[in-house]
Design a protein around this ligand. Sequence first.
Ligand SMILES: [Zn+2]
Ligand SMILES: [Zn+2]
Length: 366
Amino acid sequence: MLTTAAVCHAPHQSFKFEDIELAEPQGTEVLVRITASGICHTDISVQQGKIPFSLPGVVGHEGAGIVEAVGRGVTSVRPGDKVLLISPSCGGCGPCTTGHPALCEKPALRWSGVRNDGSPVATLQGQALGMRFLGQSSFSTHALVEERTVLAAPEDIPAETLAPFGCGVVTGAGAVLNVLQPRSNQSVVVLGAGAVGLSAVIAAALTPATKVIAVDMVPERLALARELGATDTINGAETGDLTAAIKEAAGGGADHIVETTANIKVLEAALAALSRGGSMGLVGAPGGGEAATLPVVPFISGAKNLRGVVMGDGTPAFLQALMELYRQGRFPVDKLIRTYPFEQIEQAMADASSGKVIKPVLTFNP
Ligand SMILES: [Zn+2]
Ligand SMILES: [Zn+2]
């Protein structure tokens, strides 16, 4: 079928709207009419040439929509169902079979650009396109995805609110609720009050941690962090010594830190503010293979923990819980979102890059 996609032809080029030929669903594939797609920094990184992907291609990995058709092997959804697109997984590897599908050992599902059998998902004038970006390629009026990338969603969550649950929301919420798991009276420091960081703040406010400290350089974002449950804020632009500021706010040292800024200086300063036995979860990915310095002896003597977090180690069940918490008014991610018509993708990307908007979400006319 023909569908309209925002095609990225080469790094540093604007998106071009093209009518691409999308394959029909086979086997366990699902054809989804996209109704909303969030924009995440990983999409921007491809356009900026910082993350390699087969181009020309279609990115976008925070899709939500309506199932239009399914392959014969699909059992979990049917045409007409409202769905959230989630991180792809194989279902058969070690992490997948032990409850960690976000850590799936088949990176080809995220990056290969083609179907599992190697055939193209879509073509443009006969040329195969790089598709199924992070399992999706949702900057398109339709996406052809695997069944495991699709999760049935409640009818009453608006598509534009639903879309970011698949990456930004689950990444921030899962870092706190699945990975760090703060205990009673502990402190949680969130570095960066973007979509991932603010999702972490909302999550931390649902735990028995009694100090939730947001760090950013934009006063409006810090004000929003307070509204969403932060008990303290630190404006990094007004702080000469971030380590000392975190220690002071946390009352000695931080029990948990969620790093979303991808800024090595921020990471290193915060690392030095960890309490004995404290943990830092790394979420923000710096480009260009940057390395951080780890002071080994204080790290050992302080029994500190450092771990990478992928997609919040989220499962479909965890996403269902987050969607229900949203419906109950306890996970108000709608406060992070600004919508743009699909046609205004360039403006939305620019506003995401500059930080003017926390979570831009594209909306699609039927
Ligand atoms: Zn993302
Ligand atoms: Zn797997």
